[in-house]
Design a protein around this ligand. Structure first.
Ligand code: PLP
Length: 384
């Protein structure tokens, strides 16, 4: 067999994948493992998709995305955050935020460049930086600081090799979001330096209390690529629709990464995206409210378990529970939970070394399942 690429083969397999393999064949599991909305995709979005197929939108789309979708994205940022993006040159439609992250990192990072990424953080960033030949530099997030990105710690990590900073607010896996003031301190640091920020804001609409701050809008538009998605906001995970917006010079290279891999996003999906952005938004608010209720149930439930504590998440749909008092590693605990309590949670180590004493539980499932999971976990934790 031909030897594998060391850049790919040296990347360890995802901790989440292993968990799903272990879960196969266990009957009646309650899974709080996957970060996927359980709500159906809004009806008007589905209708727009079907209509697009009926009208023959089954051919290649422009590589940057269909003009009406790029226009709708540009208008969204103008209306919601007061930031102007030229729909023609500064907006590119991608196959989910995942591709937007991949194409952004690979089109910015050179071999040996340092990329600062949050730890714990979404598990895609580190491997993509390595595929690009870059060096991931972990920015430690601490529970006692609400898992906020602390400006002084960030400052200490910046060297003359730092090329990119990845931000993800609201955060997967911690559920943290930061107000304008905290984010401004980060923007001030970036403003003084030659660093590009990739700001992953896929959970922008899932905030409970604090209003979302678009990082680019803090006077740093010329340094920020904002990555966003339709997956979480409109419950469209399988439609694979996302985008990257940012400085023209960066987007023109993201365009190349996209062109030479994906070519263009499914045309009918893009039509559905136009309906999602320009249609009624009450479905988004309804989902957010329900997630808010579920958040309360899960946070309270987790805090009632012996040896578990969990700060109240302010965004996304994850509880990141501290399990250090159980004396077990997150890895062993997740295996035990799976086999003894038949509940799936993800060990925090899947999100980086600093996730070691934590488990991530997603509340993107109906309330009954959350109650059921807590009931099952009670005797498990009680008996440790
Ligand atoms: C922080 C974060 N960014 C990006 C993504 C990818 O989303 P998409 O479905 O748009 O590829 C996810 C999905 O879980 C996520 O949690």
């Amino acid at each position: 067999m031909a030897p594998a690429s060391t850049r790919i083969s040296s990347i360890p397999p995802s901790g989440i994948r292993r968990l799903f393999e272990l879960s196969q064949g266990i009957e009646g599991l309650i899974s709080l493992g996957l970060g996927e909305p359980d709500f159906p995709t809004p009806g008007h979005v589905i209708e727009a998709y079907k209509d697009a197929l009926d009208k023959g939108f089954t051919k290649y789309a422009p590589t940057m995305g269909i003009p009406e979708l790029r226009q709708a994205i540009s208008e969204k940022y103008g209306n919601e955050y007061g930031v102007d993006y030229d729909a023609k040159t500064q907006v590119i439609v991608t196959s989910g935020a995942s591709e937007a992250i991949f194409a952004s990192i690979t089109s910015i990072v050179n071999a040996g460049d340092e990329v600062i990424i949050p730890d714990p953080g979404f598990l895609l960033y580190g491997p993509i930086v390595r595929i690009a030949g870059g060096k991931p530099v972990m920015l430690e997030l601490k529970e006692k600081e609400n898992f906020n990105v602390m400006a002084d710690r960030l400052n200490e990590l910046i060297t003359n090799r730092t090329k990119v900073l990845v931000l993800n607010l609201p955060s997967n896996p911690t559920g943290t979001t930061m107000g304008k003031r905290g984010q401004q301190a980060i923007a001030d640091i970036v403003n003084d330096r030659d660093i590009v920020v990739i700001s992953d804001e896929v959970y922008e609409k899932l905030v409970y209390g604090k209003k979302h701050t678009n990082f680019a809008s803090l006077g740093v538009e010329d340094k920020v690529v904002t990555v966003n998605s339709f997956s979480k906001t409109y419950s469209m995970t399988g439609m694979r629709l996302g985008y990257a917006i940012g400085p023209k010079e960066v987007i023109s290279n993201v365009f190349k990464a996209h062109q030479f891999s994906v070519v263009c996003v499914n045309t009918a999906t893009q039509k559905a995206g136009v309906a999602a952005l320009t249609g009624p938004q009450d479905c988004v608010e309804e989902m957010r409210k329900e997630y808010g209720q579920r958040r309360d149930i899960l946070t309270k439930g987790l805090n009632s378990l012996k040896g578990v504590s969990c700060i109240e998440p302010q965004g996304a749909f994850y509880c990141f529970a501290n399990i250090t008092e159980t004396g077990l590693s997150a890895f062993d605990l997740s295996d035990g939970l799976l086999t003894d309590a038949r509940v799936v949670g993800v060990p925090g180590t899947a999100f980086g070394e600093n996730g070691g004493g934590y488990m991530r539980f997603a509340y993107s499932v109906p309330r009954e399942k959350l109650h059921g999971a807590i009931e099952r976990m009670e005797p498990f934790f009680g008996g440790l």
